[in-house]
Design a protein around this ligand. Structure first.
Ligand SMILES: Cc1cc2nc3c(=O)[nH]c(=O)nc-3n(C[C@H](O)[C@H](O)[C@H](O)COP(=O)(O)O)c2cc1C
Ligand SMILES: CCCCCCC(=O)C(=O)O
Length: 384
């Protein structure tokens, strides 16, 4: 993408393009709160405990300041990168987010289409409303990854990985931080878990291994299928030794999501994984956990470039992207902002969230004196 920020500014200032959703993240969230019922809004917006980590995820970015460089000829620039041998328009992916139909009936299908139209890889969650095959069909050749919640039924986990490979997904992301749900006070207050209403289990209901475990098909007895899902969803007994099993099931790159400790980063690299995602799950799991941007530098130093290190949790604006990439992230994942775009305007809303973020990133990078992502480095930042 060349000089994308200028193109967007031009078309918006000239009113060639309309703003269909609020531009600022804070206004976007506030509008989504007005539009959605309390239960689904809180499911997306809220986090674990007193939500300290969720708040700090955003504030921690402010402890890093960009020190822009001048007279560096940024007239002609390119924000593309290469990841696992594929070219990406921008160092950005859509984070895996489950059960998107609670905010919009087209859920993941709309988000995946918007991502594909912007050249941004979509990471489909195991907990998607729609099956991974249906999501893949919406995006055809576009780059997409599959996120695995590793069931305590190993054959079910293997079956999902194989389905993802057949459906054209380009990488497997194993999320390690959610073998069970964190203590999410607002959801508990509402007594709300969408999965128990049969939402967000499309990948299970269409899985032959899952269905083979049921006495009756989900069409005949959805209640039993939901109860079985609740029994097999997570696997808190996994250890580093188990990773070899998933590795043996696929030739795709395997990334681990939810790494925060440098020692775990080392163990991951030594376990032959292909990439890491530094993440605290948007503060939804361990309240009080270190923020992802604070965890990132030590992990990058530990990994020493052996595998790409991606990050999420708190990416809201272009400056956040510049800071994460300057600290050594290869790319970042966007989470809640696109869910609010989806809630307000479906596919077009997600596209506009992406448009604004990418334009902001392009301009912030250029105004800081870099022509390409490869030029971003720690020398551009000061910690205050
Ligand atoms: C509503 C919601 C559902 C999520 N579902 C998943 C999921 O199914 N799998 C997963 O790995 N992460 C999931 N996440 C975590 C995101 O992938 C990402 O780590 C998080 O949103 C980053 O925080 P941020 O959105 O505040 O930037 C979910 C997050 C939200 C808000
Ligand atoms: C039983 C836990 C399912 C969680 C799936 C969605 C998710 O990751 C989230 O944060 O919410």
């Amino acid at each position: 993408m060349k000089n994308f920020g200028n193109q967007v500014q031009f078309s918006v200032y000239q009113q060639l393009e309309e703003n269909i959703i609020p531009v600022s993240y804070e206004a976007l969230e506030a509008r989504a709160k007005e539009e959605l019922e309390a239960k689904p809004f809180d499911y997306v917006a809220a986090s674990a405990g007193v939500e300290d980590t969720a708040k700090e995820n955003n504030l921690a970015f402010r402890k890093w300041r960009i020190v822009p460089r001048m007279l560096r000829d940024t007239a002609d620039r390119d924000i593309g990168i290469e990841l696992f041998g594929r070219k990406l328009n921008v160092p950005l992916l859509l984070a895996p987010i489950g059960v998107q139909s609670i905010v919009h009936p087209e859920g993941e299908l709309a988000s995946a289409r918007a991502a594909a139209s912007m050249g941004v890889p979509f990471i489909a969650s195991t907990a998607s409303t729609f099956s991974l095959e249906n999501i893949a069909a919406e995006t055809e050749e576009a780059e997409k990854w599959f996120q695995l919640y590793w069931s305590n039924d190993h054959e079910l986990a293997a079956s999902m990985v194989k389905r993802a490979e057949s459906a054209g997904y380009g990488a497997i992301v194993i999320t390690l931080d959610t073998p069970m749900m964190g203590w999410r006070e607002k959801d508990i207050h509402h007594a709300y878990l969408p999965f128990l209403e049969g939402k967000g289990i499309g990948n299970y209901l269409e899985d032959p291994m899952f269905c083979s475990r049921l006495e009756r098909s989900p069409q005949e007895d959805i209640r039993s299928a939901i109860l079985h899902w609740a029994q097999v969803f997570g696997n808190p007994s996994l250890t580093w030794r188990d990773l070899e099993f998933i590795r043996s099931q696929t030739k795709l790159p395997v990334l681990l999501k939810g790494i925060l400790h440098p020692d775990d980063a080392r163990l991951a690299v030594d376990s032959d994984v292909d990439g890491l995602i530094v993440s605290n799950h948007g503060g939804r799991q361990v309240d009080g956990a270190i923020t992802a941007i604070d965890a990132l530098p030590d992990i990058v130093d530990t990994v020493q470039g052996e595998v790409p290190v991606l990050m999420d949790s708190g990416i809201r604006r272009g400056a956040d992207m510049v800071k994460a990439l300057s600290l050594g992230a290869s790319a970042v994942l966007l989470g809640r902002p696109y869910m609010y775009g989806l809630a307000l305007a479906g596919e077009a809303g997600v596209r506009q969230v992406l448009r604004n973020l990418i334009a902001d990133f392009d301009l912030t990078m250029a105004l800081s004196g870099s022509r390409s992502v490869g030029e971003l480095g720690r020398d551009l930042l000061k910690r205050i």
